[in-house]
Each structure stands twice: as structure tokens, then as C-alpha cells.
Design a protein around this ligand. Structure first.
Ligand SMILES: NC(=O)c1ccc[n+]([C@@H]2O[C@H](COP(=O)([O-])OP(=O)(O)OC[C@H]3O[C@@H](n4cnc5c(N)ncnc54)[C@H](O)[C@@H]3O)[C@@H](O)[C@H]2O)c1
Ligand SMILES: O=P(O)(O)OC[C@H](O)CO
Length: 336
């Protein structure tokens, strides 16, 4: 039987592992750092740290031994924070078997290098890009752990690999689509976190649906500009990994990025928000890498600029709003 190792027992790692276990076409083992979480998954079929009281598939097993999880795994699913992937994978790579497919669940861009997660995975592991896939789309982990219906995109440059991944994920509540536009799928996921921070700030400031829809729509326009300038197909961004994820993330109180922004917009200081955020809000750090990519390519990304200024340069939400609204008047464009 196909073996899948899910490396990371956080929110999305756990929910995605459960999707594959529910699909029933593969044996799934989750690697987690904390023995309490590992024991709870094995003994009570529950991850109390992230989804207390929620029943996981009893066939799902867990281990705190990375080598054991990775031994003879056909698919290695990477579910850690984007900024730690390089170090995590360096520790794991010697245990990854020869023909394994790497699957990135992450939605971020590496600080310093500006690399997408599939690029980091290829570089660190030596696994060729044809065997590196990415999963993205409107996938709030809690809803999926509750087995609510959802869709996602499985992208790989080598389409048959994306289809193999699709085959082991599909179930009555989870419908995966395939794609070959890895650049577009990954950037859609990374930039939507930045836009969700901005939407959260607007919500925290007390603004309603007009402001939120404006940010989502203009956020999509700047995502398209960046992604196309880096080689993506603009149609990818109108799909699940672009518009779909923007709508889900920017509209949901479950989103860690939107929640982070909301707290900032409601008057908390950045330090206070960081202190009470335990899960990964990728957009906070990735906003800087996204903006650096925009500078390199010449893509205009005013919302991302405002988010970076609020997250890293002490710009207040009120100042960010004033700067955004007083930009020069221009015709509306989707993309360039
Ligand atoms: N949660 C979601 O709804 C969701 C959905 C889709 C994609 N994602 C993406 O999946 C990725 C992982 O997110 P998540 O929600 O599972 O995050 P999380 O914070 O819930 O879990 C992160 C996991 O990584 C582990 N980890 C390993 N090395 C680590 C290190 N050095 N520092 C910190 N943690 C380390 C943690 O122990 C934890 O199990 C992110 O890129 C996120 O954008 C999340
Ligand atoms: O909780 P967030 O903000 O990381 O968003 C989760 C997922 O990426 C939604 O698709």
C-alpha cells in the first residue's frame, strides 16, 4: 500500500493527514515533535493541542521519530512553518527514500532568499522539481478536520504526479483538482495571507463589507501582477488557489492571518498580538519576502507595502488607510 509521511502535527498537518486516512487509499503516519500529541493521536485518535474533542481516523498513526515516519514513504508531506522548512528538511533529508514525492502544504515565501516552498524543498532535499508537488486552496484546517466539504489544488510540474496525489486525497468531503502551474498556485497561497492581514486590520478598525471586498479584489489584482511577472498563468489566480483562498481566508474568523490583522486594527500593539499568537500566521514574515519579489519584478503591490509597513515599520492602521486612499487616481486594471 502507498505510504504517506506527514511531517508536522500542527493544524494543517493533522487535518490533511486525516483527509488521506479518510480517503482510504494510503497508509498515513504523522510525525510530531511533542510526545503528548503523538500519544494522543495513537491512543485516543485525537490531537488535543489543535482539535480537542474532534475524532481523527483510527487508522492514522503518529511518531516522534522522523526516520521511522520517513522510512519507505512514497509521499512526504511537509507541514511546518515556511520559515523553518529549510532547517527541518536538512534534518530529515537523509531518511527520505529514493523515489519519494515531496508535497508542500505551506503558504509562505522564505525570508532572505525569497524562494517559494517548492524551491526550498528541491534545493535542500535534492529531489527534482518533477517530484515536488504543492497543495493549496480554500482550506481552513478546522473545517476540514470537521469533514466539511472542501476543494483544493494539487500542483506539480509533472502532471501524472499531481494525479497520483489527487488519487490518494479524494473523498466524499474533499475534492482535489490538479494543476501544473506551481508558481501560480504557490504565490496565490502566500500572497493571500498578506491580503488577509490587511482585511483583518480593516475589520479590527470597524469597517464593513465594502472595505473588505475592495481589499480582496485589489489584493487579487496585485497577486496577479506579481505571479504573472514570475511566470504564472493569470487564470490560476482566478481559481481555488487564488480567488478561492482569498475569499475563504479573508472572510473567516478561523484564519490566523485575518485574526492577527484584526487584533492590530482594533488597537493592540504588534508586540501584544505576537505574544498571544501561538499558531503560524505566515503573512507576517512572508509579507517582506513578497514585497522584495515585487521590487525585483517591478510589480506594483500597494496593499502588501502597507502590510509590511504596519508589521515591520510601525505604520499605524490609520496611517496605512490614509496612504492607501490618497494614492494617485487611475483606471481599474486586473493585473497589469
Ligand atoms: N492551518 C490551516 O488552516 C492551513 C491551511 C492551509 C495551509 N496552511 C499552511 O500550512 C503550513 C503549516 O501551518 P499549520 O497551520 O499547520 O501551522 P501550526 O502552527 O498549526 O503547526 C506547525 C507545526 O510545525 C511544527 N514545527 C516543526 N518545526 C518547527 C519549528 N522549528 N518551529 C515551529 N514549529 C515547528 C510545529 O510543532 C507544529 O506541529 C503554513 O505554511 C500554513 O500557511 C495552513
Ligand atoms: O489560518 P490562515 O490564515 O493561515 O489560513 C489558513 C488557510 O491557508 C486557508 O486556506
Amino acid at each position: 500500500m502507498t505510504k504517506v509521511a506527514v511531517m508536522g502535527s500542527g493544524s494543517w498537518g493533522t487535518a490533511f493527514a486525516n483527509v488521506i486516512a479518510d480517503a482510504g487509499a494510503a497508509e498515513v503516519v504523522v510525525y510530531g515533535r511533542r510526545s503528548a500529541v503523538v500519544d494522543a493521536i495513537n491512543q485516543r485518535h485525537e490531537n488535543p493541542a489543535y482539535f480537542p474533542g474532534m475524532a481523527l481516523n483510527p487508522a492514522l498513526t503518529a511518531t516522534a521519530d522522523a526516520a521511522k515516519a520517513l522510512a519507505e514513504a512514497d509521499f512526504v508531506v511537509l507541514a511546518v512553518p515556511s520559515q523553518t522548512l529549510r532547517d527541518n528538511l536538512a534534518a530529515w533529508r537523509e531518511h527520505i527514500s529514493g523515489e519519494a514525492v515531496l508535497v508542500s502544504l505551506m503558504k509562505g515565501v522564505e525570508l532572505g532568499t525569497c524562494r517559494r516552498m517548492s524551491e526550498v524543498a528541491t534545493e535542500v532535499s535534492g529531489v527534482p522539481a518533477d517530484r515536488v508537488a504543492v497543495v493549496s486552496g480554500p482550506n481552513l484546517a478546522r473545517e476540514i478536520a470537521e469533514r466539511q466539504p472542501a476543494t483544493a489544488v494539487m500542483a506539480c510540474r509533472h502532471e501524472p504526479t499531481a494525479v497520483r496525489l489527487q488519487d490518494i486525497c479524494k473523498s466524499a468531503y474533499f475534492r482535489p483538482y490538479t494543476a501544473t502551474d506551481v508558481v501560480g498556485v504557490e504565490l496565490g497561497g502566500a500572497v493571500k495571507n498578506v491580503i488577509a492581514l490587511a482585511v483583518g486590520v480593516a475589520v479590527g478598525m470597524g469597517f464593513g463589507d465594502n472595505a473588505q471586498a475592495s481589499l480582496i479584489t485589489r489584493g487579487l489584482a496585485e497577486t496577479v501582477r506579481l505571479a504573472v511577472s514570475l511566470g504564472a498563468d493569470e487564470h490560476t489566480l482566478a481559481g481555488l488557489a487564488g480567488l478561492g483562498d482569498l475569499v475563504a481566508t479573508c472572510g473567516s474568523p478561523l484564519s490566523r492571518n485575518r485574526t492577527f490583522g484584526e487584533k492590530l486594527g482594533s488597537g493592540m500593539t504588534l508586540e501584544e498580538v505576537v505574544a498571544e499568537t501561538s499558531q503560524t500566521a505566515e503573512g507576517v514574515k512572508s509579507s517582506e519576502s513578497v514585497l522584495e519579489l515585487a521590487r525585483r519584478t517591478g510589480a506594483e503591490m500597494p496593499i502588501t507595502e502597507a502590510v509590511v509597513a504596519m508589521m515591520h515599520h510601525d505604520l499605524s492602521p490609520a496611517e496605512a488607510l490614509a496612504a492607501f486612499m490618497s494614492r494617485r487616481s487611475k483606471p481599474e486594471r486586473y493585473g497589469f
